[in-house]
Structure formats: structure tokens, C-alpha cells
Design a binder for this molecule. Structure first.
Ligand SMILES: Cc1cc2nc3c(=O)[nH]c(=O)nc-3n(C[C@H](O)[C@H](O)[C@H](O)COP(=O)(O)OP(=O)(O)OC[C@H]3O[C@@H](n4cnc5c(N)ncnc54)[C@H](O)[C@@H]3O)c2cc1C
Length: 325
């Protein structure tokens, strides 16, 4: 590990988790390298106002918040590199992470590559993202006070999103493509007993209607083939998320059935020296502040790991010298 090219830590991902880890690692003078991906800043680059990140009384625009985090990390010496990790080798040390251009060797790695919401991939759905189309009720529900919204999906998260949205919306319609629900009985019952929630089952979404903002949704009854329009102002996709973990699973990192990285003991993965933070390991909270919090934890765990390892390495050198005298 004496190679000057071996970095202390490579952080993969530049959302709130990766950049918070970078701020902590840089302040600990570890000169972290952040592989920021081709679209630095993560999911908050796709949004406008963020109203629940602490410290901003009047909220802050998502891209501005992420730009601040990048500058804050750089101020302490983090090196932000606009490259995508395409493969990793965690079976030997130093660890190797390759991009299209370079191979980075590191004593430790923090994976913070986030997750992406699943969509129906309708043209109208993508066009109206941020204009009434969302995949996060916790983030955007507040903007739909006294409005009518639809939640697409039939699992636990769809029921949870629907229930949560009733705090704001006057009516929530759950649209599900089958008769049977994947949601647990208790979650389904809770949604069914909520007077603000109604269900349309066995239905397929054909189009989200509206030019500048969501005005309705066109659906098709799978049994009869009949089409109808439901007026709504908010559309919430709740058909799951896909964590960005393929290259890490191939490098020996344990992931669960849905592809989320398994977390052992706070921020550790199954491979010693490889840590994880943020949405890539978190199907539950999926918030900027929780991702940042975990980024902080991963950096502190990584720092401790490096210190312990350097102690072990220096002890070994001392022991070797002792054995020579
Ligand atoms: C539209 C929208 C609005 C939201 N609004 C809010 C809100 O108001 N409040 C809130 O708390 N949360 C909000 N969220 C959720 C929040 O953005 C996420 O919880 C948070 O960004 C997760 O942070 P993260 O760092 O774990 O991952 P991400 O933000 O997903 O960042 C992951 C980063 O890793 C990079 N990456 C991926 N693969 C690679 C690779 N192979 N090599 C290098 N880099 C890679 C990506 O390019 C990305 O930059 C919103 C999400 C969306 C989509």
C-alpha cells in the first residue's frame, strides 16, 4: 500500500450521501476522490424547491443545494471527477475502481450511487416530471393541498404514499393494473378504510394529461377495454425504485433481493473497507437528509477503519524490525 497512486478513499456518487461523505473525509485530510458520475449532484438536480433540508428557512432549489455541497467538499480538498465507475474489484487490496478513462486504486471505498424511481415510461409522464408528476410523496405531497391526486401501484409503498397524501390532497385515487394487491393486508386495509382514498383496479395508465402541468390521467379498463379520464393535478408513481448496484454486486458486494446493498453494522458492507451510504442501501427513508446523515456516518466509519489499519500495518513493520534485531 505504499504506492503513491493509492488514494485513501474513493467515493462513488455525488448526491447528498457521497458529497457529505466527501466533506467529512476532506476535513479529516484524507484527500478523497469523488467519482461524481456524468450527472453530478444526484436526484435533487431533477427538482425545484427543497423545503425539508434543515438550515434553509425559505427552502432552497435542489441544484443550488447540490452545487453548495460540491463547493463545500472542494473547499476542504475533495477531488470531484466527472467520471462514471464502470467496474470495481473488491476482491484484492488496494481496491480498484475503473472508469472509462482511469483506474483508481484506494485503501477504502464508499458506495453512494443512489437509486432511481421506476416509471411507467410514458412520454407524457416523463414530460410532466416536476410539473405534477412525482415519485416521492414525502418530498412533494405538501404541494398538493386540497388537490386531487393519483397514486400508481399496488404494493406497500403505494398504500403508504396514498395514506400520506391524504394529509394534503382532498382525494387520492390508487390505480393498480391487477385485481389482487401485492401490499400487505394491514397496509391495504388501512388505505381502504381511509375515506379520502378510492381504488381503480385492473386498469392501465395510458397517458398523463396536461401541457404545462398535470390535469388528468387517461386509463384503460383491462377487462372491458373501455377508456376513461380522471381529473387530477398530481400523479405519484409508486412502483418501486432500482438501486444503482450492478457493478458492485459483480464485485462481491452483497445485495438484497431488490438489489439494495446490505448494510452490516451501520455503514459497513460484507467487504471490509467498503462502506455504503444513502438511497443505494435505503429502500425505507429515501430522503436527502437521511442520505447525508449516512454519508457522514460512512466517512467516520471509513476514517476509523483506515486509522486501525494503519496501526496494524505499522505494528507489523515494528514487529518485523524487532524480529531482525
Ligand atoms: C424529483 C425528486 C425530488 C426530491 N425531493 C426531495 C425533497 O424535497 N427532500 C428530500 O429530502 N428528498 C427529496 N428527494 C429524494 C432525494 O433526492 C434522495 O433521497 C437523495 O438524493 C439520495 O441521495 P443519494 O446521495 O443516496 O443518491 P442520489 O441523489 O441518487 O445520487 C447518486 C449519485 O451517484 C451517481 N452515480 C450513480 N452511478 C454511478 C457510477 N457508476 N459512477 C459514479 N457515479 C454514479 C449518480 O449520477 C448520482 O449523482 C427527491 C428526489 C427526486 C427524484
Amino acid at each position: 500500500m505504499n504506492n503513491a497512486n493509492v488514494k485513501n478513499v474513493v467515493i462513488i456518487g455525488s448526491g447528498p450521501a457521497g458529497l457529505t461523505a466527501a466533506i467529512y473525509a476532506a476535513r479529516a485530510e484524507l484527500k478523497p476522490v469523488v467519482l461524481a458520475g456524468l450527472t453530478p449532484g444526484g436526484q435533487l438536480m431533477q427538482t425545484t424547491e427543497v423545503e425539508n433540508f434543515p438550515g434553509f428557512i425559505n427552502g432552497i432549489m435542489g441544484p443550488q443545494l447540490m452545487d453548495n455541497m460540491i463547493k463545500q467538499a472542494e473547499r476542504f480538498g475533495a477531488e470531484i471527477i466527472l467520471e462514471n465507475a464502470v467496474s470495481a474489484d473488491f476482491f484484492k487490496k488496494p481496491f480498484s475502481v475503473k472508469t472509462d478513462k482511469t483506474e483508481y486504486l484506494a485503501k477504502a471505498v464508499i458506495i453512494a450511487t443512489g437509486a432511481e424511481a421506476n416509471w411507467l415510461n410514458l412520454e407524457s409522464e416523463q414530460r410532466l416530471r416536476g410539473k405534477g408528476v412525482s415519485a416521492c410523496a414525502t418530498c412533494d405531497g405538501f404541494f398538493f393541498k386540497d388537490k386531487e391526486v393519483a397514486v400508481i401501484g399496488g404494493g406497500d409503498s403505494a398504500m403508504e404514499e396514498a395514506n400520506f397524501l391524504t394529509k394534503f390532497a382532498k382525494k387520492v385515487t390508487v390505480i393498480h393494473r391487477r385485481e389482487e394487491f401485492r401490499a400487505s393486508k394491514i397496509m391495504l386495509e388501512r388505505a381502504k378504510s381511509n375515506p379520502k382514498i378510492s381504488f381503480v383496479t385492473n386498469a392501465q395508465v395510458l397517458e398523463v394529461l396536461g401541457e404545462k402541468s398535470v390535469e388528468g390521467i387517461k386509463i384503460k379498463d383491462n377487462a372491458t377495454g373501455g377508456e376513461k379520464t380522471i381529473p387530477i393535478q398530481g400523479y405519484f408513481a409508486a412502483i418501486g425504485h432500482t438501486p444503482t448496484t450492478k457493478i458492485f454486486a459483480a464485485a462481491g458486494i452483497k445485495v438484497d433481493q431488490k438489489g439494495y446493498i446490505e448494510v452490516l453494522n451501520h455503514t459497513r458492507t460484507n467487504i471490509e473497507g467498503v462502506f455504503v451510504a444513502g438511497d443505494v442501501s435505503d429502500p425505507r427513508y429515501r430522503q436527502a437528509v437521511s442520505a447525508s446523515g449516512m454519508g457522514c456516518m460512512a466517512a467516520l466509519d471509513m476514517e476509523k477503519y483506515l486509522a486501525e489499519h494503519e496501526e496494524i500495518e505499522s505494528k507489523t513493520v515494528e514487529q518485523v524490525q524487532e524480529s531482525k534485531t
